[in-house]
Design a protein around this ligand. Structure first.
Ligand code: FES
Ligand code: FES
Length: 156
């Protein structure tokens, strides 16, 4: 597979999760293991541009795919999270940012959410679309402000 732009060859048992392959085999510790059962979003990475919970994915499913972890991200959201205090301990942050990148692409492609009433990316939309990413520090207001800031810039 391609990881953060580099072609990587991995020999893994079929039961190894993508998260464990990234963290334990490749030393990419940006994606975090919060719950290891798809409930927190700390492990979110981009697979061929789509956000996924890497703890729920088997590494072998992504044979030939392009995976992006926070280590391979260069996006205005990163500075926006700093500007808006979108974190405290930072444990959820790499997942939040990867998820937000995927979320903005989903919204731009016209994919609706449970609260969609128009094309506008409202605060309610952002909160709903980011609801799979938990923050134990409760930095949600800053996270939403950072995403709204960048989404606004992209529209301007
Ligand atoms: S560690 Fe994957 S969703 Fe929590
Ligand atoms: S910043 Fe601590 S869990 Fe989100």
């Amino acid at each position: 597979m391609k990881i953060n732009g580099d072609v990587v060859s991995l020999d893994v048992e079929p039961w190894v999760s993508l998260l464990d392959a990234l963290r334990e085999r490749l030393g990419l510790t940006g994606p975090k293991k919060g719950c290891d059962q798809g409930a927190c979003g700390a492990c979110t990475v981009l697979a061929d541009g789509m956000r996924i919970n890497s703890c729920l994915a088997l590494a072998i499913q992504y044979d030939g795919s392009e995976i992006t972890t926070i280590e391979g991200v260069s996006h205005p959201l990163q500075k926006a999270f700093v500007r808006h205090d979108g974190f405290q301990c930072g444990y959820c942050t790499s997942g939040q940012i990867c998820s937000a990148i995927g979320m903005l692409a989903e919204h731009a492609s016209g994919m609706p959410s449970a609260v969609t009433v128009s094309d506008e990316l409202s605060e309610a939309e952002v909160r709903e679309r980011m609801s799979g990413n938990l923050c134990r520090c409760g930095a949600y207001n800053g996270i939403v402000d950072a995403i709204m800031d960048v989404a606004g810039e992209e529209e301007r």
